[in-house]
Ligand binder design. Structure first.
Ligand code: MN
Ligand code: MN
Length: 298
């Protein structure tokens, strides 16, 4: 009798506990879905900037030629923090308020007719990091200069908006931005429209000053490395000694608006020496050495 009552009472408690647990689970599910474990997300960050196997779109080739500075998505490396998006991959410098470099793949499929978006702070930066605002550049004398340019991602609104996040922007002298720099950007799109696909890595070096707002460093110079090859698959395996490589290093200054971009041609080796980065690091070493020593013919 006593035993049966105890059993029955224990059974009732178990039932109540199950109901309470179910209600708590339901509340979490409905109101706090962020607390649930995400399925299919990798727990270990990698430095490739690639989506994990199975999620990887063919178009996501942004870091195919290598991660120049070994950037990782680890906030404790605030001067070399990896931000990987479908539209580009970059290394961000928190204290500089600008990217170190931005890397992306360009083909004719990336170009459509979407209108330019508007500049926005990047909400994806780690908690507590200053989010550069468009107004940090106001009246500075510098353009909000895209590293990956707006016109390289006009197929969808979402693609174009990603380029207007301030983590893809540096203070750029108007004569650089609207002169030889945009000429080279247009040359790249011409190459893409005429049957080529391109790997483009562009970055900054040096600091000439800090914007008055105090949150953004002005680089001394902007560089760019372009590898172009006819449209196809398995691109790394198709690179040869003959592959088109364009490298430039342009002073971030006024007075160069009417200068041709070809005046700033240099070698990848020279950019590596000036920055300490290893560009094209995913390319076979022997081939890499040859491609990096060359200076493209103007
Ligand atoms: Mn520009
Ligand atoms: Mn290299």
């Amino acid at each position: 009798m006593t035993k049966r009552r105890r059993t029955s009472s224990r059974g009732k408690r178990t039932t109540i506990n199950s109901v309470v647990a179910f209600i708590i689970a339901l509340i979490i599910y409905v109101f706090f879905p962020d607390l649930l474990p995400e399925s299919g997300q990798p727990s270990t960050p990698d430095t490739t900037g690639r989506a994990p196997a199975g999620q990887r779109a063919d178009a996501n080739l942004n870091l195919e030629l290598g991660n120049p500075s070994g950037a990782t998505a680890d906030p404790s490396y605030a001067d070399n923090y990896l931000i990987a998006r479908d539209q580009y991959v970059l290394s961000y410098n928190r204290d500089g308020g600008i990217p170190n470099w931005v890397s992306w793949h360009l083909s004719v499929l990336d170009m459509g007719d979407v209108e330019r978006s508007s500049f926005q702070p990047d909400p994806a930066l780690p908690d507590g990091w200053y989010q550069v605002k468009p107004s940090d550049y106001t009246n500075s004398g510098y353009d909000r200069g895209h590293m990956a340019p707006s016109a390289d991602r006009t197929a969808t609104r979402e693609d174009n908006e990603a380029l207007f996040l301030m983590t893809n922007i540096v203070p750029q002298a108007p004569d650089n931005n609207q002169g030889p720099w945009v000429q080279l950007e247009e040359h790249c799109r011409d190459l893409a429209r005429s049957g080529n696909e391109l790997y483009i890595i562009t970055g900054v070096r040096g600091t000439q000053e800090t914007l008055e707002s105090g949150n953004v460093r002005v680089p001394e110079s902007l560089w760019k490395v372009v590898v172009a090859l006819p449209e196809g698959d398995d691109d790394l395996a198709r690179l040869t000694d003959e592959t088109t490589v364009i490298a430039v290093d342009m002073p971030n200054q006024q007075g160069i608006r009417d200068t041709d971009w070809q005046a700033y041609l240099t070698s990848v080796d020279a950019i590596e020496q000036a920055t300490g980065y290893d560009l094209l690091s995913a390319v076979n070493p022997t081939l890499q050495q040859g491609l990096e020593a060359r200076i493209a013919a103007p």
